[in-house]
Design a protein around this ligand. Structure first.
Ligand code: BGC
Length: 424
């Protein structure tokens, strides 16, 4: 096979003075005890594909103050986190003031520590009642999501300036390519996990439509509609909040006759969604490594490629490509996630160095990049893969919940303090 040459790392240009440096988490992956959402249900049914359940996660729901202070002490300037819809609206139409007060305290902790909060309204998990009503394939979902967004913005909107509506609205397209997700509702019927979920909810298996794991054309349309409805709802309450969504931007590279396949996949996975972002204030870019495709579809890492502990290729250069692709749509980009799953923190330091350098080069070429948010602030619950993957710049002892600051955390903090200067 002919694989493209690895780009050389070179020196780094400077970053704008107001560039945002941060790290991210998501409610279900860190809070613990989110028993009222669909993913908790998926974790516990018979036939589940989750290797272990989330249970207490990293107990961020109670430890957020110390966690936020840790990030600020490192030198970071922003914290991206998500609000848990199933806590805020535990039953359809009934909103929890206590949950709102919790997130008010989280937002206040960010301000007290000098961190810019970047709030995601939906990061993969939905209340179980939504799933029962048809989830992300129901035509009512965009309005229900917008109603929740409006409520949150009325209650908390004075405390943040950046909002992401949906996280990785297009992820299921990629997961379908990888063979993790069924393409049609009919195919779902053969999956024991969906069969059990359907039984528990009293709906048909074809109707089970979670966010992350529904890649049907209908689900894709509903997600786009939900984003536009949420954008209007948030802007309607607070026009000054900068609103966008985040995408799983794949750096699609053709090899060995894969040009046509790459063009088609780029259209389905990236461009279609970037088109929907055109009226937004920014688009959140989330890229982890490259996706190589041959004439028949995805191909694995080339022999001899540097791999992370999960056996995936380490390719930090991709972020520059996806930033440039998104920038063609004429809106600012914010790197809302970029990171490495590894138990070897030295690999993470190298990854951050190269990725941030690529961001800097894009800026030097005139691309408007608002910030770089590393995924993740802490090791956390990596969905179906459980707790073994380590994305965190801060590790967590699974028995004591003790936080362990890794060299990569200090390194990213130094980059942030010097606004990229130490990369030179
Ligand atoms: C998601 C995160 C996830 C990360 C690493 C992104 O798809 O937004 O929730 O943990 O990638 O896989």
């Amino acid at each position: 096979m002919n694989f493209p040459e690895k780009p050389l790392s070179s020196s780094v240009p400077s970053f704008p003075a107001n560039f945002i440096w941060g790290a991210a988490t998501a409610s279900h992956q860190v809070e613990g005890g989110n028993y009222n959402n669909d993913v908790w249900l998926f974790e516990h049914v018979s036939g589940t594909q989750y290797v272990e359940p989330s249970v207490d996660a990293i107990d961020h729901y109670h430890r957020y103050r110390e966690d936020i202070k840790l990030l600020a002490d490192l030198g970071l300037g922003a914290y991206r986190f998500s609000l848990e819809w199933s806590r805020i609206e535990p039953e359809k139409g009934f909103f929890s003031k206590a949950a709102i007060e919790h997130y008010r305290r989280v937002l206040t902790a960010c301000h007290t520590c000098g961190l810019i909060p970047i709030v995601t309204y939906h990061h993969f998990t939905s209340p179980t009642w939504l799933l029962k009503e048809g989830g992300w394939e129901s035509e009512n979902t965009p309005q229900l999501f917008a109603r929740y967004c409006k409520y949150v913005t009325e209650e908390l909107g004075d405390l943040f300036d950046y909002a992401c509506t949906l996280n990785e609205a297009n992820l299921a397209v990629l997961l379908t390519e990888y063979g993790f997700v069924e393409k049609t509702a009919a195919q779902r019927a053969n999956n024991p996990m969906w069969q059990s979920v359907a039984k528990q909810l009293g709906i048909s298996v074809e109707q089970v439509a979670g966010f992350q794991l529904s890649g049907t054309e209908r689900a894709e349309q509903i997600k786009c509609e939900a984003h536009r409805a949420a954008f209007s709802a948030i802007k309607g309450v607070r026009p000054a909040i900068k609103v966008g969504w985040t995408l799983a931007n794949a750096d699609i590279q053709p090899v060995d006759g894969g040009e046509q396949y790459a063009t088609d996949l780029r259209q389905r996975n990236n461009l279609r969604y970037l088109e929907v972002s055109k009226e937004d204030d920014f688009v959140g870019i989330q890229t982890y490594n490259r996706v190589q495709v041959g004439a028949e579809g995805m191909v694995g890492p080339q022999p001899g490629a540097e791999l992370n502990q999960a056996g995936e290729e380490i390719w930090p250069w991709s972020i520059g490509n996806t930033i440039r692709e998104a920038a063609q749509y004429g809106i600012p980009v914010l790197v809302t996630e970029n990171g490495l799953n590894t138990h070897d923190d030295k690999q993470r330091v190298q990854f951050i160095k190269t990725a941030v350098s690529e961001v800097g080069k894009a800026i030097a070429d005139g691309v408007e990049v608002l910030g770089y948010i590393y995924w993740s602030a802490f090791d956390n619950f990596e969905w179906i893969f459980g707790y073994d993957p380590h994305f965190g710049i801060i590790g967590v002892d699974r028995n004591s919940q003790e936080r362990i600051i890794r060299p990569s955390a200090r390194y990213l903090g130094e980059i942030a303090r010097s606004n990229g200067a130490i990369l030179k």
